[in-house]
Structure formats: C-alpha cells, structure tokens
Design a protein around this ligand. Structure first.
Ligand SMILES: *Cc1c(COP(=O)(O)O)cnc(C)c1O
Length: 424
C-alpha cells in the first residue's frame, strides 16, 4: 500500500475490519457519521497486555473508562478479567453496568466531589486519593475505606522537564514525595490496614524506557515506604499512557520490552524487600480501544478557495483530538484505498471554528461528494470527548461483534436530546 506522492514505510498498515460491501450495508442501516468498534481487536489488545505481564503476581489492567465510556465496550474486557479505572460518578455507573464492581474498580479522580466517593464506597471500589487533604474530606463526607491508595506526583525527581513525560511539577495531579509518606502515616494512625500505591505520568507514550523508568520510581518508593512505615502494599499501579501508532510509519509499544524491563526491576527491588507478591496494575485506555475504533463519515461538500476543502457530515464534536492536540488521525477513502494520493485537502467539519479540521494539507486520493471517509484510531478519547457546541449532536456508536454482527451500542443524539435540558 505505497503512497506515490509520499513514499512512506507503513510499519503499522491502517486497516478496517469490514469490506466495502459490508460497510455500505451498515451505512444503509445506520446513517453516517458513526464511530464503529471492533470487538475482536479490543479483546486482542487486552489479551496482549495481560499476556505480556503474565509473570507478574495477579496482574490487573483497570481499563480507563474515560477513553470509551460505553458499558458494551467495558464488558468486552471485563469478561476477560479486566477491572476499571473510574474518574467520575458516571464512569462508576458505567463500570457497574458492565458488571465490574468491588476492588476490580479503582477510583482515580481529582478534585473529587463527595457523592463520587460515596458511590465508589457503595461499590466497594479501591479509592485512590489525589491529595493528602482528601483523607479528611473522605472521612467527613463519606467514610474511610478498608483499602486506600495515593497517587504520587514524581516532580521531586523529574523536575527538569523530562520531555518524555512533560513536567510533573506543572501537573495538578498527585501528592509530593513528602506528602505521600505523611498520608500513609495518617491512614495507619486511623486504623487503615490495606494499601496501594499509584502514579500516572505518561501519555500516548510509545517508548518502553518510559514505563520501565516509571516502574523503577514506583518500586523504589514502595520499598522506601515499607522500610519507613512498615506498610506492605497490596498493589502498585503504574497508570495508563501506553501509546499507539496513529501514523502508519510509527511502531506500537514493544510490550515485551516493557514487561522484561519491569520484571527485571521487580526482581531487583521488590522481591528482596519482601514485596515479591505485590500485584502490578495498569490503567490503560488508549492502548485497549484506540486502534479498535473508526469514525465513518460522508463527504457533504467540496470547496475550492485559497485551499481545497472536503467537508464531512462529522465534525469536531465527534472527534476533538486533531483540533485540541493537533493530533494526526489517518484517513482512507472507501473504495479508493489503493488510489494514488495525488490531491491535497483540508478535511473539515461544520463547526464555526476554523480548527474544526480532521486533517490539514493531507495527501489523499481525488475525493468526490458522497465518498465515505474512514478516520482511523478513534476508539479512545474519540466519541468520549464529544460536546454540543454550535448545537452539534453526538454520533452513534456501533460495535462489530466477533461473530460479524453489527450492533448499535449508542444511538445518535437527536434535537430532542439537545432541547431536553432547556426550560422554555
Ligand atoms: C486518562 C487516564 C488514564 C488512561 O490514559 P490512556 O492514555 O488512555 O492510557 C489512566 N489513568 C488516569 C488517572 C487517567 O487520567
């Protein structure tokens, strides 16, 4: 699948799970735009992570619900043993609907309202606090749980703006090193006996070394807290942030390299400190569902002014990442997958916002009105980020089951939904 104008190496070829006839049949039943997910691919992504860490004592992936907040999606991984990472009350309800309750849930939130803590406690979730002051807030507004965890912000050892991870000192999340020791001490004094430790420092990171470095920081911290306070942790959660190759010339994370590196450190640091049975956990979102979703949209208009535009029936309300982060999402045109990419377009939505563009100056085949565009890798932080600016309505979500059936797992919003909150 070489592109004539742009000679690229396609290390991660961009594929779509349905052939042209199948997709056209789906579109007859469910009009565009929609996000469509592939159950098999989600399951494969989950199993690959689980298998990479099969050596670790009862490894658990808590799927970050915010990436794809739909119970049908969460349930795919839950059936294979996944837990969830929730950061809002809605996500706690989604987890419950997907059949994930108890300590398979971790609540990793910040600036947390009391009702969210109460719902998490009702579900028996693990509470992962973002601040030392939250111990008191939790006790006053709900109750203290049986097991508690804290999120560590490693700015004290990564304060030089490590460009892999960004500057933790600028991040609103987590406790300082000093606070984290104090926080566990307070909890011990209050009679809490079960503990976990958490951090989350990477985002869309594809370098194995970042995750291995994170593990080193966390294992050393766990050992230090144990030696100072006598706490034997039940789990160490390394957070999410595993990246995916959005560009076809990029490579995925080498999970084996991550796993081997983490394992070596586990044996070097954890095992000799009598922490060899501590559960390793992750909170991956993007790496589970990102590559397993596509935004399918139809070309409404072509426009030639100072540039050439194709206007879609989807807009930034359906996929905000390009506008928000200047993120690249690969685009293919149905039926023109092998055509030469000899045209250059800005691919836009209809918002009255000039950054409502899925691609800028993109080499694509000649596009006609009515063509169907497939925007790749929209399965995580895609539909989920949708919003209603300009009165735009969020699209439907479809799921291709492993048996080939296509189900609607969320209908498109209607004008009635939009008007439902108005008092006229
Ligand atoms: C967003 C988030 C995740 C998931 O991030 P991905 O990049 O999707 O893996 C995990 N944990 C926390 C606390 C988050 O905020």
């Amino acid at each position: 699948m070489m592109n004539e104008t742009h000679a690229e190496i396609f290390r991660t070829p961009k594929t779509f799970p349905l052939n042209a006839t199948e997709l056209r049949d789906v579109i007859k039943k469910f009009p565009t735009p929609f996000h469509i997910y592939d159950e098999k691919k989600i399951r494969d992504n989950f199993r690959r992570l689980r298998e990479a860490f099969a050596w670790a004592p009862s490894f658990r992936e808590h799927f970050a619900i915010k990436a794809t907040p739909n119970p049908a999606i969460v349930a795919i991984m839950a059936r294979d043993g996944a837990g969830t990472d929730c950061s809002s009350i809605a996500e706690l309800f989604i987890s419950e609907r997907a059949g994930v309750t108890g300590e398979r849930i971790i609540l990793t939130s910040n600036d947390t309202p009391a009702d969210e803590f109460r719902k998490a406690l009702d579900l028996g979730a693990i509470i992962n606090l973002d601040d030392i002051a939250h111990i008191d807030y939790l006790e006053r507004n709900a109750r203290l749980p049986e097991i508690i965890s804290f999120r560590y912000n490693p700015a004290d050892i990564m304060n030089d703006g490590n460009d892999i991870i960004g500057r933790p000192a600028e991040a609103k999340y987590g406790l300082t090193r000093e606070q984290i020791f104090a926080a566990y001490k307070i909890c011990l004094d209050k009679g809490i006996k079960r503990f976990g430790l958490h951090t989350m420092i990477a985002s869309n990171e594809r370098k194995a070394s970042t995750f291995i470095y994170t593990a080193r920081i966390m294992f050393e911290l766990a050992a230090k807290i144990k030696s100072q306070l006598g706490i034997k942790f039940e789990f160490v959660n390394l957070g999410g942030g595993l990246g995916i190759p959005y560009r076809p010339d990029e490579l995925p994370v080498d999970l084996k390299m991550v796993s081997d590196g983490v394992k070596e450190l586990f044996h070097e640091i954890m095992v000799p400190n009598d922490l060899g049975d501590v559960r390793l956990a992750m909170e991956s979102g993007r790496a589970m569902t990102g590559s397993a979703g596509w935004l399918v949209s139809t070309v409404l208009h072509k426009k030639n002014t100072y540039k050439n535009y194709v206007g879609l029936d989807a807009c930034m309300a359906d996929l905000m990442r390009p506008a928000l982060y200047d993120a690249y999402h690969h685009i293919t045109v149905l039926g023109k997958e092998n055509a030469p990419c000899d045209a250059i377009y800005d691919v836009t939505g209809s918002l009255c916002e000039n950054n409502d563009k899925f691609a800028i100056d993109r080499h694509l085949p000649q596009i006609d009105v009515g063509d169907v565009l497939i925007i790749h890798d929209t399965g995580a932080h895609g539909h989920a980020m949708g919003f209603n600016y300009n009165g735009k309505l969020r699209s439907a979500e479809l799921l291709i089951r492993e048996n080939g059936n296509v189900e609607m797992i969320r209908r498109a919003e209607t004008l009635d939904d939009y008007f439902a909150t108005l008092k006229i």
